[in-house]
Ligand binder design. Structure first.
Ligand code: GDP
Ligand code: MN
Length: 345
């Protein structure tokens, strides 16, 4: 699972690696007293924010207010920020690329480094250098590849290795690793993919809680149980000429809270006009989903219309609960799609 930048930087800080001074604020929270210049960074689980308006630098309070408003509004690959990271801007002399990752084919962990870090790193493949962590002269080779003195780089490499192994990471990517005017190195951005199988060993992690939702940019939201069910729901939406707003397999045994949390997230995706709930309950109980739907109607402001198909365990109880709450069920997925299509237009 990919962590948000601020969560990744917490791990870096814990390992002693240099990160900019920063603080997380909610999207509606006031920034309070800050030191300028400051960078406002959208916290979304995808990269490329710089190019898409998710990173803004402010030099005074007026610019800061504007930057926060702009970053809050910017949709990054289908995501709106769940919170913002405010960081004291670093002075950039050079932007480098450095990452550690598991190479499954070669059964080893390796470093990848490039002198040309920053937003355009993909276009500099010729300068990318891959070095096995087992290589006894890895530190010297990396220093050479990045054109920085080994003495300056080596402590950081040790900190990154600690961060990587102590937290069971699959990827730790620093892009850019910034060489500042003061000739020190700072991890200005961090992308971390943690191993889901090691979750039990890191109960203290801030695990993101809506990781299974994949935004797709369309207008009809989808909540289904089972990946096959989610995919066939998406197929039916595509076949009708519309586009799904997301992929979500909400899983078996879904209770009221999980349902509400996921629906809240989908309702907040930009462009969503309605949501199809397609549940064929086995382990899941339809009455739990029904309670989730009723709770969502009370708790989620500006909730879009829901078109609901429920079958399986406790379907009749669910149907009664929903009838009492004035919510009707659709007889089939096809009728959900027809109604959703009308709203989406
Ligand atoms: P990404 O686009 O999602 O990878 O976000 P980054 O955090 O990597 O920021 C993108 C770009 O914004 C960086 O490559 C920098 O050029 C610029 N940037 C980010 N933080 C700072 C900063 O503190 N100071 C300055 N001057 N530029 C920054
Ligand atoms: Mn970056």
């Amino acid at each position: 699972m990919q962590l948000l930048e601020y969560q990744a930087k917490k791990l870096l800080k814990r390992a002693g690696a240099p990160v900019p001074v920063g603080r997380v604020i909610g999207i509606h929270e006031s920034p309070g007293k800050v030191t300028f210049p400051i960078v406002v960074k959208s916290q979304v689980p995808v990269g490329g924010r710089g190019k898409l308006g998710g990173i803004k630098i402010a030099k005074n309070n007026q610019q800061l207010r504007q930057a926060i408003a702009d970053v809050n509004r910017a949709t990054i690959k289908g995501y709106l920020p769940s919170c913002l990271l405010l960081e004291q801007a670093v002075d950039i002399r050079r932007e480098l690329y450095l990452s550690l990752q598991v190479n499954r084919d070669d059964r080893q962990v390796e470093w990848i480094a490039s002198e040309n870090g920053g937003v355009e790193v993909e276009s500099h493949s010729e300068s990318v250098c891959v070095i096995s962590c087992k290589d006894v002269s890895a530190h010297e080779k990396l220093a050479k590849a990045l054109s920085v003195p080994t003495k300056m780089l080596s402590p950081l490499l040790a900190q990154l290795e600690h961060c990587f192994y102590d937290n069971d990471l699959l990827l730790l990517e620093i892009n850019p690793l910034v060489l500042t005017n003061g000739t020190t190195l700072v991890c200005a951005d961090a992308k971390v993919i943690a191993d889901d199988n090691s979750r039990f060993r890191h109960a203290d992690f801030d695990w993101p809680n809506v990781e299974q939702i994949k935004p797709l940019g369309g207008t009809i939201g989808v909540i289904a149980n089972g990946a096959g069910m989610a995919m066939s729901t998406m197929d039916a939406i595509y076949a009708s000429g519309a586009k799904p707003a997301n992929f979500l397999d909400i899983g078996g045994g879904t209770g009221e809270d999980v349902f509400v949390k996921n629906l809240r997230f989908i309702n907040g995706l930009s462009g969503v006009t309605c949501v199809i709930v397609n549940i064929f309950a086995g382990i899941t109980h339809c009455d739990d989903i029904a309670r989730g739907i009723i709770a969502a109607k009370q708790q989620i402001p500006n909730l879009v219309p829901l078109f609901i198909r429920l079958e399986g365990t406790n379907r009749d109880e669910a149907s009664e609960l929903l009838l009492d709450a004035g919510v009707s069920l659709e007889p089939s997925l096809a009728s959900c799609v027809i109604k959703a299509r009308k709203v989406a237009k």
